[in-house]
Design a protein around this ligand. Structure first.
Ligand code: Z5A
Length: 213
């Protein structure tokens, strides 16, 4: 009983939309709505949401260093994992995460160029061992994802990065999925919404995650 399911991917890939698809799927399999939690990263607790604001806002007076960005991501994640995710899963609940640790590997590792061994050391301190039961990478061409994200209006501190940054991130997500095909699945998020939904449901069925419900 209980599982931690994570959505990953680039901007505008449709992760927030996919969270709803997963919630509805779990309910259709008999999981009580009160046993399903949705989280987002960075964020998801009172303190982590304050950190999210610092991470996302553009500050013309002071640039956030890549190292501070990494440490703040893990400060937020430590709050969320230790206060919400671990206790909920151990109580048999289902947690659907809009981003988690793989985003740090992709954005701060491949995107910003921070070595993975340094990231691993901080992860160990911040959250210990926690591997999602299933990660779905919502894969989309960065140009197409940015077009969707731009429709929302003002761009945040990440969204103003150049397109090469987002290509490095996309490649990293795909490489990581290739290394761990048992627990990281890729969905083509460039398709129309109906086909994306069908692929997410197929992925959930194949994962057997709901036999836990
Ligand atoms: N970040 C990091 O650097 N390191 C980390 O460890 C973590 C995060 C955890 C969080 O911002 C930022 O933090 C993020 C990475 C960084 N960088 N950025 N930017 P966020 O949470 O605000 O942003 P996001 O995670 O990238 O979410 P997003 O841009 O909102 O994307 P989304 O959730 O994947 O997309 P959506 O809101 O579901 O859909 C976007 C729009 O497209 C929306 O209007 C939908 O109706 C539409 N959509 C969705 N699917 C489709 C399809 N299939 N067809 C057509 N239109 C669609």
């Amino acid at each position: 009983m209980g599982a931690f399911i994570v959505l990953e991917g680039g901007e505008g890939a449709g992760k927030s939309t996919a969270v709803t698809v997963i919630r509805e799927y779990l309910i259709s399999k008999g999981v009580p709505p009160e046993d399903i939690l949705e989280t987002r990263e960075p964020g998801g607790t009172e303190i982590a949401e304050k950190i999210r604001t610092i991470l996302k806002e553009k500050n013309p007076r002071e640039q956030l260093t890549s190292e501070s960005e990494l440490l703040l991501m893990y400060a937020a994640r430590s709050q969320l994992v230790n206060c919400v995710i671990k206790p909920s899963v151990s109580q048999g609940k289902f947690v659907i995460g809009d981003r988690h640790d793989l985003s740090t590997v992709a954005y701060q590792g491949a995107g910003r160029g921070i070595p993975l061994d340094k990231i691993a050391a901080i992860r160990d301190l911040a959250i210990g061992s926690l591997t999602p039961d299933l990660t779905i990478v919502m894969d989309i061409e960065p140009e197409a994802g940015m077009r969707r994200a731009r429709k929302r209006g003002d761009l945040d501190r990440f969204e103003v990065e150049n397109i090469d940054f987002f290509h490095r991130i996309r490649n990293c997500f795909l490489e990581e999925a290739g290394k761990h095909p048992d627990r990281i699945k890729v969905v083509d998020a460039g398709q129309d919404l109906e086909h994306v939904k069908q692929d997410i449901i197929k992925t959930l069925e194949n994962s057997g995650i709901c036999s836990a419900g």
